[in-house]
Design a protein around this ligand. Sequence first.
Ligand code: G4P
Length: 534
Amino acid sequence: MFNMKYEKEINRRRTFAIISHPDAGKTTLTEKLLLFGGAIQVAGAVKSNKIKKHATSDFMEIERQRGISVATSVMSFEYKDVLINLLDTPGHKDFAEDTYRTLTAVDSVILVIDSVNGVEAQTRRLMEVCRMRDTPVIVFVNKLDRDGKYPFDLMDEIEKELNISLHPLSWPINMGKEFKGVYNLYDKSLQLFTANQKATEDNTVPIPDLSDKMLDEKVGERDANQLREDVELLEGVYGDLDTDAYLKGKIAPVFFGSAVNNFGVKELLDTFIHIAPVPQGRETDKRHVAPDEDKFTGFIFKIHANLDPRHRDRIAFMRVCSGRFSRNTFFKHTRLDKEVRFSNPYSFLARDKDVIEEAFPGDVVGLFDTGVFKIGDTLTEGEMLQFTGIPTFSPEIFKELVNKDPMKTKQMEKGIRQLTDEGVAQLFTQHGGNRKIIGCVGELQFEVIQYRLLQEYGASCAFTPLSFYKACWMTGDKKAIEDFARFKQANIMEDKDGNLVYLAQSEWFLNTEIQNNPKIEFHTTSEFKTAMAK
Ligand code: G4P
């Protein structure tokens, strides 16, 4: 069953995402990493695909961004013989669910924190998702060229707020105007700060022994002594990095730097390729799939619609989990129990959409989709299994979909089904009825739906706000659920897979139902990992 012939391919791959609160420096860091990988030649080549914070209702901007984000969805590059797949995540909070799904396709993340702002709202939410899967995290504290928080305080804040133990691998010498550089605790060298450092420049001075007078020469006596004191403290507290604990998601190594100045980025990348996990296995509904299995498996974690409204084809992003994916080969689409093959699968190497012949675990392949895929779909060489761990979270905002043009009912139904397959929003249909409720994380998504239904399907719609608090999936005693569904008819919907969902009006209502129905478990994610406390 296991085939060592792919071992080399697997071991040279690293698949990860950079996550951050908007404006912490994700785009800038991405660009610098790509420069190191030679994937781009000049700075400024990676367009920020974030939607500016103030543009909360500018859906034309979203359309424009959608074009950009196909190109930057996956960025693959080679660095020191390691093939790195960097998966992009949308910055805007209204598209958080897209980010959560992308995180199911990576093996580790780099978390960027702004040294001035510290831990911010979205940092917290993203880390919660990483914690659900014990994803290994490396922290990059950015913008050391600005007067930020004192590094020990910042470390404390990150540990407390994100509930993870940190392990600094570099340490800054001052910050802001006084920023002189970082000391690399891992290979015991001093990196002197210069603004706008070129990828080829190297300002590294090996200082294996901190009592070396060279340190005083380089940074001045006062700062040299401060560094000696800090490092003594750090080494006493942290010792050597426990790589196993990092790989288990328990300890996060920390680097300090300034992305815009390309400072501290090379150290981050060098350590990353050294310690970050190689492609890992994934759970399915039947068994664990290991990457070095002989037979191919993969799953769809993202679907991107074509920007041209005349063409309904879409791009499905598939992560290869095991074996070897190859072009023009029949694979099993397990949800539909159907054989499918792809004549033009493409890779994302060096920004070109090149047709590829084969792909290995950790790779992401773009597949042209004429509408057969939903998020979470699985492809195999015949085995009937389905990858799990791609949960749907309860939306935050609920609105009823109103069809404004009865002549276009069919187009509307088709459009909303396809858009929700893509994961733009969640669709709930009245149990035993026809009412349609759309659930989203943010208001922007409703605008996207309205706009795209009209542009792509010719269907015009409106939304009526509904005051629901959460969507809850239910497990437990079948009869109790049936009775509950009958009793609470007005609040019972079906999700796209036909699962019953209870829409609670408020936290109080939900808690009351939890108490009144001890035989039913209520869950705010569709994968039932987080049953609500009773
Ligand atoms: P994001 O993708 O996480 O949203 O952040 P992005 O990289 O777009 O960076 C947000 C802003 O922070 C940008 O400035 C960027 O230049 C700046 N920045 C990134 N790294 C550093 C750093 O190390 N030090 C300092 N001082 N600033 C940094 P902007 O004015 O919003 O955009 P731009 O016009 O400079 O591109």
